[in-house]
Structure formats: C-alpha cells, structure tokens
Design a protein around this ligand. Structure first.
Ligand SMILES: [Zn+2]
Length: 265
C-alpha cells in the first residue's frame, strides 16, 4: 500500500456547524446586535479554522442569511453521517444583567429557566409551514417533551465531553461560565450523532452584546470553539470507540458527575 493510499484511507471527521436562525427568523436581537448574523459569522469562522485540518470535513447547515427549518438542519447532519453537530446561538433576557456562555446537551428534564430558552429556540417552528406534520411537539407546552431517543442517550457521554471542552475554553478567554446544561432542543433531538447547542452569550447585556458583535470578539470565540472541536476530534482519533472518548480519568470522573447531575435534574 503506497503512502497516498494510506492518506486517502484515513478517516475524515465530519463536523456540522449549524448557525442558528436565518432569513425571516432573526433570533434574539438587541438593537443592532442580531443573533442570526452573529451565529452565521461565528459558524463560518469556526469552519475556516477547522478546514485547515485535513482530517476534518466541515458541513454548514446554512452559509447565507436564509431560513432553514429545524428538522432540515438535523437531517443535513444525519444524511452526511456527521460525527458531531454543533448549533451556534446567542442568548437574550429581559434584564440586561445576565451574561456568560452556556452549552446544552439534549435532555428530558430541564428546569424552568432552561425551558424559557428552549421555548425561544424551538418557537421558530411556528414560522415553518408544516410544523404539525414534521414534529410531535408543541413549542409552548412543557408536557409535550418526550423521552430521549436511544441514540441520543448513547451519545450523551460524547456530547457532554465536547460541551465540557467548549465551556472550559470559553472560560479561558474570560467568558463567564454558565456551565453545561441540558434541555429539550428540537434541533438536537432529531440528530443521531453527538450534538451540542451553544449559547455564546447575551445580546441583552451591553458589554457582552458589544463583544459578540465585534470582529475581535467573534474571532476570539471562533478560535476558542474551533480548538474545543479539534481537541474533541483528537480524542476520537485516540479512541475509535465512542465510550472511550474521554481519555483522562480525572475528567472521566468529572463527566460522570455531570451526567448524573443532568439525568437527575
Ligand atoms: Zn437562537
């Protein structure tokens, strides 16, 4: 087997970058700080960085300001047999006080605060024409939460592993750490690979909104997020088996605790 055969046979890791919202759905906005725009800029920047690694294959759910239904975002990832799905969003609140980054994995029992965010992010399906046909879900009802799919439960360790890397990296660039959380986001529920949804920060917070809207802030966040994804891929390369994604035992313990917390929330 020649060298070229070896190289071409090397597994490529497909990362789906999902810029939240788009087109008629602007997402959370405060003045000139617009979620759909910031999410897209971030996704494209993260993709640019990841593409430099020739073992990573980047797929975007949107590259322009267009409306993409939630189930389509998930099915893009499923059809591409993606190894990872990363949905990028910005938060907002009626108060200007809340700030910081948080990363979500799919979970059944979110608390009330998480449900408010879920309601906001899932409500977009009301703008979709066939939402009743496409989802067994009413975005305004907490009771319409259904169980985790077996696949997503199997993916939970890996999703938590990436979520934890993302939060650690954001913290290292001085973003306030709102921790890894769980909630029932539709876009995560329909994917069949490890998936996370990231709320970069609050557009309703003056300082954070300004930071996230600046090219400086976007580059900083993108670099940090890309590094987290690259570290995750590194772990995948070290352990081809998913259960072994978490290499270090100290971190294993930390994630075990996190998982227990999240499943019993
Ligand atoms: Zn959003």
């Amino acid at each position: 087997m020649g060298l070229s055969t070896v190289v071409s046979a090397q597994k490529k890791y497909t990362i789906v970058l999902d810029a939240g919202h788009g087109g008629k759905d602007a997402g959370a906005s405060r003045g000139s700080y617009i979620e759909k725009k910031i999410a897209l800029k971030l996704a494209l920047k993260v993709g640019e960085i990841l593409k430099k690694d020739n073992t990573i294959n980047v797929v975007y759910t949107r590259k322009k300001d267009i409306f993409v239904e939630l189930h389509k975002r998930a099915s893009i990832a499923n059809k591409k047999n993606a190894d990872l799905f990363v949905s990028i969003h910005c938060n907002s609140n009626n108060s200007g006080k809340p700030h910081g980054s948080e990363t979500y994995v799919l979970g059944l029992k979110g608390n009330d605060v998480n449900f408010e965010i879920v309601k906001k992010e899932n409500a977009v399906i009301l703008l979709e024409e066939d939402y009743k046909k496409n989802y067994d879900y009413d975005p305004n009802s907490a009771e319409s939460l259904i169980g985790l799919s077996v696949l997503q439960e199997e993916n939970l360790d890996a999703s938590l592993s990436l979520a934890s890397l993302v939060q650690t990296n954001f913290k290292s660039i001085k973003r306030y750490d709102r921790k890894v959380k769980q909630a029932n986001f539709l876009v995560l529920r329909e994917t069949v690979m490890p998936s996370v949804l990231i709320e970069l920060g609050f557009l309703s917070n003056k300082t954070e909104g300004k930071f996230l809207n600046s090219s400086y802030g976007q580059l900083k966040m993108a670099k940090s997020l890309a590094t987290a994804i690259k570290n995750y891929v590194k772990r995948l390369k070290l352990n081809t088996v998913q259960e072994k994604v978490i290499a270090k035992s100290s971190e294993k313990k930390k994630l075990k605790k996190l998982k227990k917390l999240i499943l019993n929330q």
